[in-house]
Design a protein around this ligand. Structure first.
Ligand SMILES: Cc1ncc(COP(=O)(O)O)c(C=O)c1O
Length: 379
C-alpha cells in the first residue's frame, strides 16, 4: 500500500534496545519484563501491570482470574473487535451485546440496565478508537448491581477520563500492543489492576499456572503460555518512553484530517474533543451520511485500496459475524451499531504520515464520495 492504513513507528533507539536484549542471554522472564510492567503501571496509574502475549490473552486472563464461568453474563459492545466477545466465550460465559452511543460509539450507559439479569457478572467497557467511555456512569451502574468493570483500553493507551488514565478505573484494565496501536511491542498486551491478588493470579496463569517458586514442574493452576518475551518488552520500554510525543503527533494528524474534511456534507467526523476526556487517537474513522448505503461505502473502500490508499471498515459488528450470527447471544436490537458500522471508513493514520499524504487521502475520498453520488462541499 502506498499510504498504509497503519504503520509502526520504530526508531534506531528501539532497534538498539532490542539488539541489547537479543545479545543478553535472557530472552524470557527477565529484567525487561519487570521494567516494562513497572513503567506501564506507573504511566497508567495502576498499582500492578502484568504483561502478556496479546490483548486477547489479557482479556481472557481477566475473565479467568475474575472467575467468569459457564452461564455468567458479561455486558459488551458489539461495535468492537471480536476478541471482546471471544474472551467471554473462552470461559463459557455469555456476551450480552448492548448498543452504543451514536457520537462516541462507546457503550450507551442508558441502555445497560435493561440488559442486566440475575446472571450478569460484569461490564466489559471498550474505549473505542481511543475515545473514553462514560466511565463514571458505567461504574455507578456496576456498583449499584454489584458487577465487575473491566476496561478494554486496547485502543486507548494514554486517554483520560476525569483526569485519570483509562484502564485504571475499573476492577481491571487491558491494553494491546499490536503494530497498529499507539505504541507496539510487535505482539503483546497487558492487564493493569489495583488488586494484588488479581495481579498475582494473572501472573501465575500466564506462566502455565506455576507458582513464583523456582520449581518449573509444579503447576497449581490450569494455566496458559501467555508470556511476553524480553525482546518484545525491550521494544515496549522504549516505545513507552516516547508515548507523550506520539500521542501529540497523532492528535495533530487528527486535527489535520478534521481541518480538511470538517466542512464536507457527506461526512460525519469523529468527536475531536469531549468534556472530561483526553482522547488518545488510535484510528481516524469517518462515517458517511445517511444517503450512502453499505455497498457504496464498500465500493469507496475498494477504490481507495486500488489507488494504494489503505482504508478499512471499522468495525464489523460482532453479532453479525458468521460465528456469532446464529448464536443466541443477541437480546436487544442494536440499531446504532448496525447503522454506524455500515457507514464507517477508517483512513490512513500513523505517526509518520506526511501532510501531502493526508491531502491525497482527503482529495481521493472527496472525489469518490462525489462519484458515489453524495453531496459536494458548497454544492
Ligand atoms: C478493543 C480491542 N480489544 C482487544 C483487542 C485484541 O488485541 P490483540 O490483537 O493484541 O489480541 C483489540 C485489538 O485490536 C482491540 O481493538
Amino acid at each position: 500500500m502506498r499510504i498504509p492504513l497503519a504503520a509502526p513507528d520504530i526508531t534506531e533507539q528501539d532497534i538498539a534496545a532490542v539488539a541489547v536484549a537479543l545479545r543478553s542471554s535472557r530472552l524470557s522472564r527477565g529484567p525487561r519484563l519487570e521494567e516494562f510492567e513497572r513503567a506501564l503501571a506507573g504511566y497508567v496509574g495502576a498499582a500492578h501491570a502484568v504483561a502478556v502475549s496479546s490483548g486477547t490473552s489479557a482479556l481472557h486472563l481477566c475473565m479467568r482470574a475474575l472467575g467468569m464461568g459457564e452461564g455468567d453474563e458479561v455486558i459488551v459492545p458489539s461495535f468492537a473487535f471480536i476478541a471482546v466477545a471471544n474472551a467471554v466465550r473462552y470461559e463459557r460465559a455469555i456476551p450480552v451485546f448492548v448498543d452504543v452511543d451514536p457520537l462516541t460509539l462507546n457503550l450507551d450507559p442508558g441502555l445497560i440496565e435493561a440488559a442486566i439479569t440475575s446472571r450478569t457478572r460484569a461490564i466489559l467497557v471498550v474505549h473505542t478508537f481511543g475515545c473514553p467511555a462514560e466511565l463514571s456512569e458505567i461504574i455507578r451502574i456496576a456498583r449499584r448491581h454489584r458487577l465487575l468493570v473491566i476496561e478494554d483500553a486496547c485502543e486507548a493507551i494514554g486517554a483520560e477520563y476525569d483526569g485519570r488514565k483509562v484502564g485504571s478505573q475499573g476492577d481491571a484494565g487491558v491494553f494491546a500492543f499490536y503494530p497498529n496501536k499507539q505504541i507496539t511491542t510487535g505482539e503483546g498486551g497487558a492487564i493493569v489492576t489495583g488488586d494484588p491478588q488479581l495481579a498475582a493470579l494473572a501472573r501465575k496463569l500466564r506462566n502455565q499456572g506455576r507458582n513464583d517458586s523456582e520449581d518449573w514442574f509444579e503447576h497449581t493452576e490450569f494455566g496458559y503460555n501467555y508470556r511476553l518475551s524480553e525482546i518484545n518488552c525491550a521494544l515496549g520500554v522504549e516505545q513507552l518512553k516516547r508515548i507523550e510525543p506520539i500521542l501529540e503527533r497523532r492528535a495533530a494528524i487528527a486535527a489535520e484530517y478534521q481541518r480538511r474534511l470538517g466542512n464536507h456534507p457527506a461526512l460525519k467526523l469523529p468527536p475531536f474533543a469531549l468534556p472530561r476526556c483526553r482522547l488518545s487517537w488510535f484510528v481516524y474513522v469517518v462515517r458517511l451520511s445517511a444517503q450512502f448505503s453499505q455497498s457504496q461505502r464498500d465500493w469507496i473502500v475498494k477504490e481507495m485500496i486500488a489507488r494504494g490508499i489503505g482504508c478499512g471498515r471499522y468495525f464489523a459488528p460482532i453479532h453479525l459475524q458468521p460465528i456469532y450470527k446464529h448464536a443466541s447471544f443477541q437480546r436487544m436490537a442494536l440499531p446504532v451499531t448496525e447503522w454506524n458500522a455500515a457507514r464507517s471508513l477508517a483512513l490512513p493514520f500513523f505517526n509518520r504520515i506526511r501532510e501531502e499524504q493526508v491531502e491525497e487521502v482527503c482529495r481521493t475520498l472527496e472525489e469518490l464520495l462525489c462519484r458515489a453520488g453524495g453531496p459536494t462541499p458548497g454544492g
